[in-house]
Design a protein around this ligand. Structure first.
Ligand code: HMG
Ligand code: MG
Length: 304
């Protein structure tokens, strides 16, 4: 492996990380988290979701939040949009990258966005069209790529179909979501190999929840297959309100520890991320779920 290869991290804490938290943070507190994250060198931060506040009250106030984010600091602050209504609000607030979210499982699609997979694509078509006219890139998520919380196993072909459909309609990057965090490295490798036959590997991202503790192992095999974009969340925050039992995203601290140790460049300061992780965990009244974050905090305490 070349030692100077770059890996892109898309930081999820302010969206995936907070959308399932019992403690709802104010717009001001979420802004403060996002500013702290940007100061660590993170250059891709998902800042929130323009979804129904009745469905996900934790994301309420996205318009107010995005209006206050800087537009000239070299950071891309993106947002989820489930439909044209969400996109229009995102554009009003000055959001410069959005993401639509589909699923490879019908049951999850119904539970999460209240429509079938085909209906979700009907909603995405005008989103892609309007975003293109506004010059706003659109990312696409595929949930349940390694299992569904309601219907169990998900066929690899179904994942490839949804990922390809998103790519063909104009999404520049397709994030493959192990929503329930149950996937193991061998299955992950098979899935990525299949997807990479249909789409360029450079257009694929890995989005691993860490419910079963397999996320870092999955990222390691994905790196070996050439994947270079990963979603992660400081302190391992996260979960989906419509995916019962799933825990947070893989922790950004853990991913950085792996990547830097392997010689990949991220441009992100691991120690600074770990401090943000400790602070947000304290604010939420829970221990960090990052093994690396906890180890670094213990190391710092020993050296005080
Ligand atoms: P619906 O009830 O079918 O929508 O919900 P509707 O079109 O019938 O509208 C009902 C009401 O919602 C109306 O308000 C609309 O105005 C409002 P009312 O007239 O009743 O007062 N509404 C909206 N409000 C704000 N923003 C909008 C919007 N659209 C409609 N964009 C809907 C459909 C998609 C809106 C709903 O199901 C929803 O908001 N779902 C979001 C669920 C969500 O955010 N889940 C978590 C994110 S996905 C995830 O975590 C997975 C991921 O991390 C990858 C992985 O891990 O797998 C990405
Ligand atoms: Mg997720």
């Amino acid at each position: 492996m070349a030692t100077s290869e770059k890996v892109k991290i898309v930081e999820m804490a302010a969206r995936d990380g907070l959308q399932n938290e019992p403690r709802h943070l104010s717009v001001e507190a979420r802004l403060s988290l996002i500013r702290d994250l940007a100061a660590t060198g993170l250059r891709h931060i998902e800042g929130g979701a323009f979804v129904s506040p009745r469905w996900v009250p934790q994301m309420a106030g996205a318009e107010e939040l995005f209006r206050q984010l800087p537009s000239d600091d070299g950071v891309t602050y993106s947002a989820l949009v489930p439909n044209l209504q969400g996109l229009e609000a995102a554009l009003r607030a000055g959001c410069r990258e959005v993401a639509v979210f589909a699923a490879a499982s019908e049951a999850f699609s119904r539970s999460n966005i209240n429509c079938s997979i085909d209906e979700s694509f009907e909603r995405f078509a005008p989103v892609l069209h309007t975003a293109r006219e506004a010059g706003v890139p659109v990312r696409g998520y595929v949930s349940c790529v390694l299992g569904c919380p309601f219907s169990g196993p998900v066929a690899t072909d179904a994942v490839v179909r949804v990922a390809s459909r998103l790519y063909q309609m104009g999404c520049h990057e397709i994030s493959l979501g192990d929503t329930i965090g149950a996937g193991r490295p061998d299955e992950t490798a098979r899935l990525i190999e299949h997807c990479a036959r249909a789409l360029p590997i450079t257009a694929l991202a890995g989005h691993f929840h860490d419910t079963y503790g397999m996320a870092i192992a999955n990222i390691h095999v994905a790196l070996g297959l050439g994947m270079r974009t990963f979603d992660s969340s400081v302190a391992g925050l996260g979960g989906c309100p419509y995916s019962p039992g799933a825990s947070g995203n893989v922790a950004t601290e853990d991913v950085l520890y792996l990547l830097h140790g392997m010689g990949f460049e991220t441009g992100i300061d691991l120690d600074a991320v770990a401090r943000v992780g400790a602070r947000i965990s304290a604010e939420l009244g829970q221990p960090s779920r990052s093994r690396v974050g906890l180890a670094l905090a213990a190391r710092d305490a020993r050296h005080l």
